[in-house]
Design a protein around this ligand. Structure first.
Ligand code: GCB
Length: 606
């Protein structure tokens, strides 16, 4: 795997980029034809001349933009192409094609050349390219969304046949080549170029990474990495406050690496605990007196610590009350949309939430910057959901994804923990060594944040809890078990959490609980899938959480889910998962008001 540092694109005095967002030519291969386009080198053609060509917006999933079932449920290759004419004035700059997210496997071509490939749906990648300045260039991206045992997240892929013999003649149930693709996770496998794409234009040597570690005691250390090792270059670095006393320079220094104790800083706190003060580090790369690159990164001074019971931010016990969520919306699916992102964060704040988990993949980096600014604490999770096979192939890919994620998000003060995965089958013995290695990767890269994993195993069979700093647990008492028996809910939670606590004595967060409710479906007394039942289940869980919170067993809670979201089809899902306290359109169900009140009271109690 190729590691790219992939700093978030920036335009400034030195750096430029072109946005590649907009309509791209789009051609879908037949489902699972095993690469007709590659065999026939489609990247050599102008795809807009193909009879089945259409246009699809970037960023967006393609699945919900067409009426044909085969498009929505497509499994296999699709092709994106854009004609790009580079500006003459850019000759002499180094250029990179950058994609914030392509799900799942991407092969990127510039004209007749495969400039690079990337595996995994929700993290950025970039490849250096050489444009032809004398003509129109073709940027082609072939995307494959097929899931298997060795994709992360995994899925089942199975060809199916069933043949009766009727009067001596074969009678086949399934059409030729019929297959079933079943994701091992509970959300729709939206595919395509899901986030923005860019042409980055940089100088002959540039800043490829800035790693900032800033703690509550004012200690600051930074490392600037260049894209290639170059002697004789130096850096001028200043740090100034962004809010609330904008512009005050609190540090200036030189060198690609340095550290200091900065006086009189204002700390970054999650909302409810203080102000989320941010600073900006300006790194100027110098060749003698000539400025050859500038990168400005926001960050905050804050320290995350933990003991056996709690998480602390800047030494204050932090109780997270928030949401499991999805990047999911009508029409564009998992495609990035600033409108949805801002509405989501505003609605989280309206419900008085102070945290969320990026279930079940890293969210857009735009959102991480917004969480910094708003003071929302985030548990950032890799795309590993539903892991069941713990072999070396998956371990290598999983380590790669964890590394890419930490590389991308390390400077965000809002990120308070790294989650290695969601609900892996960690009752299996093989998971033990696998997760020990992953936890080591996390700690080696970033010793300033706790490492966690979201578990649905139990205290008596889980193999990996011992490697975790924080134990995150998903539980659905009163929904998947004891459905309808409200009186059993509170004790189920209390008993289960106390048993975990007794065995591992670590801080714990309930990262998922809840019940499905179809908006507008009501019954008194409530039954499953009514708004009343969702409220009743949630209230019972809150009774348990209050007890567990007061006796120090848990350090946080997150309702599943912030909003309804699309899944693949199943008899337990009605056009998606309805455990949202909001509808998919982000309008409140009854449960939203219960959460809003509870989170208000939790904020007031601080
Ligand atoms: C879980 C999963 C989540 C599902 C949820 C549910 O435990 O982590 O992805 O959507 O349960 O609603 O079943």
């Amino acid at each position: 795997f190729l590691y790219t540092y992939a700093l978030y694109p920036q335009r400034n005095e030195i750096r430029q980029y072109d946005s590649l967002d907009g309509l791209w030519t789009f051609v879908r291969e037949q489902s699972n034809t095993n690469g007709t386009g590659l065999v026939n080198q489609w990247y050599l053609s102008d795809l807009s001349t193909f009879p089945n060509a259409t246009q699809i917006p970037v960023p967006s999933a393609y699945n919900d933009l067409v009426e044909q079932r085969e498009w929505r449920d497509h499994v296999g290759w699709v092709w994106y192409q854009l004609k790009y004419t580079p500006a003459q004035r850019d000759q002499g700059l180094r250029t990179f094609l950058r994609f914030e997210s392509v799900n799942y496997f991407a092969m990127v071509f510039l004209n007749d050349k495969n400039v690079g490939n990337h595996t995994g749906g929700h993290l950025p990648f970039e490849f250096e390219v050489t444009f032809d300045y004398t003509k129109i260039n073709f940027i082609t991206v072939a995307v494959n969304n097929t899931l298997s045992n060795s994709t992360i997240p995994p899925g089942e892929f199975q060809y199916k046949t069933e043949v009766y013999t009727i009067n001596g003649q074969p009678y086949s149930v399934y059409p030729d080549g019929f297959f079933e693709q079943t994701p091992d996770f509970d959300f729709f496998n939206y595919a395509g170029i899901l986030r923005s794409a860019y042409v980055l234009k940089l100088g002959s040597v540039f800043i490829s990474d800035v790693w900032i570690i800033a703690q509550a005691n004012g200690s600051l250390s930074y490392t600037i990495t260049l894209d290639k090792s170059t002697t004789g270059l130096t850096a001028n670095v200043t740090v100034s406050s962004l809010q609330p006393t904008t512009g005050t320079i609190v540090y200036s220094g030189t060198g690609l690496q340095n550290s200091a104790i900065v006086q009189n800083i204002e700390l970054w706190y999650p909302r409810g605990y203080g102000y989320p003060s941010l600073y900006v580090m300006e790194a100027k790369l110098l060749n003698g007196t000539q400025v050859i690159d500038i990168y400005r990164e926001t960050f905050g001074f804050r320290t995350v610590t933990w003991d056996s019971d709690k998480i602390y931010i800047n030494g204050k016990p932090f109780y997270c009350h928030g949401f499991g969520a999805h990047e999911d919306f009508e029409l564009h699916g998992r495609g990035y949309n600033p409108v949805v992102m801002i509405k989501d964060l505003n609605t989280m704040e309206w419900m008085n939430g102070n945290c969320y988990r990026t279930s079940h993949y890293p969210y857009s980096q735009e959102r991480a910057y917004e969480a910094d600014r708003r003071g929302i604490a985030v548990i950032t999770e890799t795309p590993a959901v539903g892991m069941r096979l713990f072999d070396n192939t998956n371990l290598a890919l999983h380590k790669y994804m964890l590394t890419e994620m930490i590389q991308r998000d390390k400077n965000h003060p809002s990120v308070i923990a790294w989650s290695m995965s969601n609900e892996p089958q960690t009752y299996k013995n093989e998971s033990k060594a696998y997760y020990q290695q992953l936890a080591n990767v996390s700690r080696t890269l970033d010793s300033t944040r706790p490492v966690t994993n979201v578990l649905d195993t139990n205290w008596d069979d889980d193999q990996i809890a011992e490697w975790l700093d924080i134990i995150c647990i998903n539980r659905y008492y009163g929904w998947y078990s004891n459905t309808g028996y409200l009186q059993t809910i509170a004790n189920s939670y209390i008993g289960n959490f106390l048993a975990w606590k007794q065995k591992f004595n670590k801080p714990m967060i309930l990262t998922e609980y809840g019940a499905g409710a179809i908006a507008g479906l009501t019954r008194e007394p409530g039954v499953d899938f009514t708004e009343e039942y969702q409220v009743e289940v949630i209230r019972r869980v809150h009774m348990a959480l209050d007890e567990l919170r007061k006796n120090g067993t848990i350090t946080g809670e997150m309702i599943w889910n912030f909003a309804d979201f699309m899944t693949s089809q199943s008899t337990t899902r009605a056009a998606g998962n309805h455990k949202g306290v909001l509808t998919r359109n982000r309008q409140p169900k009854m449960a939203a008001y219960v959460i809003k009140d509870r989170y208000y009271n939790l904020t007031v109690e601080l």
